[in-house]
Structures are given as C-alpha cells and as structure tokens.
Design a protein around this ligand. Structure first.
Ligand SMILES: Cc1cc2nc3c(=O)[nH]c(=O)nc-3n(C[C@H](O)[C@H](O)[C@H](O)COP(=O)(O)OP(=O)(O)OC[C@H]3O[C@@H](n4cnc5c(N)ncnc54)[C@H](O)[C@@H]3O)c2cc1C
Length: 335
C-alpha cells in the first residue's frame, strides 16, 4: 500500500533550497487530509546537520542519503538513489521544485517507476471522495486551468515552481526521525565529471527573494525606461522585474521575468509600471501582498488585481514618486 507525502528537497553547496521548505509546507496540508505523514528526501554529502531544519519545517521524517557522488547534482546518481528510495517506501505522493534540478530529475523518475508527472502546478488539493491528488496547472497558453489526476499509478507526482507554495512557520520543538539509507553507486559511470563549478556573479537579488519589486512592462517605452524604474527601486531598496514583452524585446534579462513562463513572486509590494495585466503575467504576481499599478489605460486588466491603481503616464508619475520617497526618507533621517 502506498504511504505518505514525500518531498524531494534540493540542496546546493549543502544549503537547503527554499522551494524545498515551501513544498514541505504544502505536503503537511496534503498529509493531514490523507491522515498520513510527511517525509523529506535529502541527498548530498556531509549534510546530516541540515536535517533538523527539515523537521522544523514540517517533515515527520527525513530519508537521508549521503555519498560523495551526491555532493553536486548529477542526473545518474540522483535518479538511481531516488528510484530506489521510492521503490522501497512506496509513497502516495512525491513533490519536486520546478527548478532546473527538479525538471531534470522528476521526469526520469516517472519513466523509471512508470507513473505520471504533472509539471508546474499552481495548486495541489486532495479530492474528498477519492483521496486522489488534484494537480492544477495553466494549460493552453494560460487560457484555462487544467486539473490533472493520476488515478491508476502511484506515486502521484508533481513539480511546483519556487514561490508558489508557502513554507510553514518554523517549529523549534518539532521532533522527527532521520533514516540513513546506503545506496551502492559504484556502478554509476564516470561519463560526466564535474571539474569546477563557476557561479555567475550577480549583485542583484533573485526576484523571488525580494520584499519589494518594481516591475516594468512595454509601457516603459524602451530599455532606457528601466533607468527611471531603477532610481525608484534604489530609493525603496527594491529589485527590478519585468513582463515578458520586455524580455522578448531584449530590454532586460530573462531571470527578471515575472509570470507563467518566468518566475512566480510574492513580494510585500509589487509595482506594475506600464503592464497591461495579461493572464500569464498575473499568474506570477497575484499573490503579492500589495499591488500598485500605474497605467495610462483606465481599462487595463492590471487594475482588476491592483490594490492601488493610478491612471496616468508613468513617465510623469515615476520621477515624482521617486522624488517624494527620497524627500520622505531625508525628513526621517533629519528627525
Ligand atoms: C504561453 C504564453 C506564456 C506567457 N508568459 C508570460 C509571462 O511569464 N510573463 C508575462 O509578463 N507575459 C507572458 N506572456 C505574454 C503576455 O500574454 C503579454 O503579452 C505580456 O505580459 C504583455 O506585456 P506588457 O503588459 O508589458 O505589454 P502590453 O500588453 O503591451 O502592455 C503595455 C501596457 O502599458 C501601458 N502603457 C503604455 N504607455 C504607458 C505610459 N506612458 N504610462 C503608463 N502606462 C502605459 C498600456 O496601456 C498597456 O496596458 C505569455 C504569453 C503566452 C502566450
């Protein structure tokens, strides 16, 4: 019989990735509805001291596999370890982050253990009657939401992008079990060897981590439109993000894109400057705590989700807003 909700928790350089904690939060809700428990699957090298954090974020137990070959992500050893763990424990559900690692690993596992996989889910719920997992994701270019059910195979598997689910509060007193599994990786070929890891240098924060985002749409008029937004962002200690239109036009890097084919963000404040509010954009930012939109078209769809809407030309509004914030900050400093 299948049992439990499992989360594959990624580590990079031994650090737990936030999406893993977010998925543990969702897994706790699903497990409650099923009357089952949450298990974190954690692979790496010298990472045992991190397992407590997983328990404090909702895991009832952690299945830990440590091996030098698991220090950095490589498809073959990870896929082997994961398929052995899944075959042994037979979970009901397995969740992955829709990251580059999750997107590589989850389909391989699905093929090896003959089950289905629903990618990029935005909602996961247990159906009352059948206890099946209902996996909802945008379909047909985001024009409708499809709910997919994996009725005949187990485990039911889904990937979820970072920022979509919410981690539960850390419980310092939580208790859980750590099971150390040994998996023989001697037969894994050395066909791929990681010689060196070079990280792209960036002073910019990832937009999914920012508390405030100043986001520009095609309404900013050109790549130079980001200069004004950057001034505002500087005053607010915010990050710059964008709609896809500007990314496609080459005005800004892809890693700044918010939306269905970009990143899902949940900042405290989201400024939508000259963004029309297409469904694919809204899908990536509607969970923001406060949405402030500036658009010269009073019928723009962005106003349907905005908490504060300003109808007007952003070229006039952005400099004024920046100046006002600068002055307010100065006044506070002088006090
Ligand atoms: C499969 C698929 C996936 C997609 N994924 C994404 C995604 O991840 N993210 C995303 O953003 N889009 C995505 N899109 C594209 C999406 O459909 C829209 O085309 C895009 O979001 C439009 O970007 P925009 O709002 O910046 O531009 P526009 O729709 O051109 O809107 C520009 C807005 O600026 C306003 N404006 C113009 N000048 C000014 C001014 N001076 N002052 C104030 N306002 C002004 C206009 O009134 C208008 O509302 C996707 C599309 C498809 C088909």
């Amino acid at each position: 019989m299948s049992n439990g909700v499992f989360v594959f928790v990624e580590q990079r350089d031994g650090e737990i990735q936030k999406v893993g904690l977010e998925l543990l939060g969702k897994a706790s809700d699903l497990a409650k509805d099923l009357g089952q428990e949450v298990t974190a699957i954690f692979f790496g090298h010298n990472i045992k001291d991190k397992t407590e954090n997983l328990i404090q974020h909702g895991a009832n137990r952690v299945i830990l596999v440590e091996d030098e070959k698991l220090k950095e992500y490589l498809t073959e050893p990870y896929a082997k370890c994961l398929s052995e763990v899944i075959r042994k424990y037979e979970p009901e559900i397995v969740l992955f982050g829709a990251t580059s690692i999750g997107r590589d690993l989850a389909p391989r596992l699905a093929a090896r253990i003959h089950t289905g996989l629903t990618a990029d889910c935005t909602s996961l719920e247990i159906e009352d009657e059948t206890k099946n997992l209902m996996m909802t994701r945008p379909a047909f270019g985001g024009n409708l939401m499809a709910t997919i059910v994996c009725e005949n195979h187990r485990p039911q598997m889904a990937t979820v992008r970072p920022g979509v689910m919410q981690a539960c509060d850390k419980d310092e007193n939580a208790k859980g079990e750590v099971i150390e599994e040994k998996i023989d990786l001697s037969d894994i070929s050395d066909g791929i060897i990681i010689r060196e890891v070079k990280k792209a240098e960036s002073k910019k924060k990832d937009i999914t981590e920012a508390n405030i985002l100043v986001s520009g749409g095609r309404g900013i008029g050109g790549p130079e439109g980001f200069d004004g937004l950057s001034e505002l962002a500087k005053e607010l200690d915010a990050e710059i993000s964008s709609s896809r239109a500007n990314v496609d036009a080459g005005w800004i890097e892809k890693d700044r894109q918010v939306g269905q084919t970009g990143k899902t963000v949940r900042p405290e404040v989201y400024f939508a400057m000259g963004i029309s509010g297409a469904i694919q954009h809204i899908a990536g930012m509607e969970e923001s705590d406060l949405i402030i939109a500036v658009n010269n078209n009073e019928n723009a769809a962005i106003f349907d989700v905005a908490d504060v809407g300003v109808v007007g030309d952003l070229n006039a509004i952005v400099p004024k807003l920046t100046e006002r914030i600068r002055k307010e900050k100065q006044l506070k400093e002088d006090m």
